[in-house]
Design a protein around this ligand. Structure first.
Ligand code: 13P
Length: 251
């Protein structure tokens, strides 16, 4: 039997509700469910409900938000909260994606509040961590990843920590066509697992890799057993080729 794998599609600021419905129509005709294989979708907030409806009869298809505010409700114009996205059908949320950190100035303290808000709303948090090119070249990769893990997860004990998926997404690999090698990614994944294990996560934690994953490199990446799956931006936007990527990775 194959190992459990999770394929996560981050649509970023693409695909409105009509496009989301059309996407799922195509995806569902091209993708046949595979044992031990989950496919997660992170559409923009306006398309959450359409996506969740389109996936609702399939336990292996999960829809989540790209970001949430840490408060459940209130005067926060333009923001969406955990309870609001849950009402729209989300079962998960990304937290601390590199674009939130580097384009919108999100801090480790913000990610910590968002992880707490996600758990409180019953959403599975997918915490994104990763170093910039300058940090990598300065030998800071592990220090940065440890700081981001501690910043977001400090104070959570084993049971709660075990609910967190980590996505290692080196910033220099996102949208650049330059993916981390499977060996480089594996080294960081091992450190992430060790960090979680030292804090009482007994079972093997879920760690995904993200950054320029595509049809050409998916097989090589997932041949590395340290990768429990992938978080994919650009190569997830076309439903037919995304279905093909999932099939290739799960093969
Ligand atoms: P790309 O796959 O487009 O490099 O994006 C990765 C990413 O940021 C997924 O969250």
């Amino acid at each position: 039997m194959s190992r459990p794998l999770r394929f996560a599609a981050n649509w970023k600021m693409h695909l409105g509700p009509d496009e989301a419905r059309a996407y799922f129509k195509t995806f569902r005709t091209r993708y046949r469910p595979r044992e031990q294989c989950e496919v997660w979708f992170f559409p923009p907030a306006v398309s959450l409900e359409a996506a969740a409806q389109a996936a609702r009869d399939r336990a292996d298809l999960v829809v989540g938000a790209q970001d949430i505010h840490w408060e459940p409700k209130g005067a926060f114009t333009g923001a969406v909260s955990g309870p609001l996205v849950a009402q729209a059908g989300a079962k998960a949320t990304l937290v601390g994606h590199s674009e939130r950190r580097h384009v919108f100035g999100e801090t480790d303290a913000d990610t910590r509040k968002k992880v707490g808000a996600a758990l409180a709303a019953g959403l599975a948090p997918v915490l994104c961590v990763g170093e910039t090119l300058a940090e990598r070249e300065g030998g800071q990769t592990l220090a940065v990843v440890h700081r981001q893990l501690a910043g977001a997860l400090r104070g959570l004990e084993g049971g709660k920590l075990a609910q967190i998926t980590i996505a290692y997404e080196p910033v220099w690999a996102i949208g650049t066509g330059r993916n981390a090698t499977p060996q480089d990614a594996a080294g960081v994944h091992r450190e992430i697992r060790a960090w979680l294990a030292a804090r009482g996560v007994g079972e093997r934690a879920r760690v995904l890799y993200g950054g320029s994953v595509n049809l050409k490199n998916i097989t090589e990446l997932l041949a590395e057993p340290e990768l429990d799956g992938v978080l994919v931006g650009g190569a997830s936007l076309d439903p037919a080729s995304w279905a093909e990527l999932v099939h290739s990775g799960a093969a």
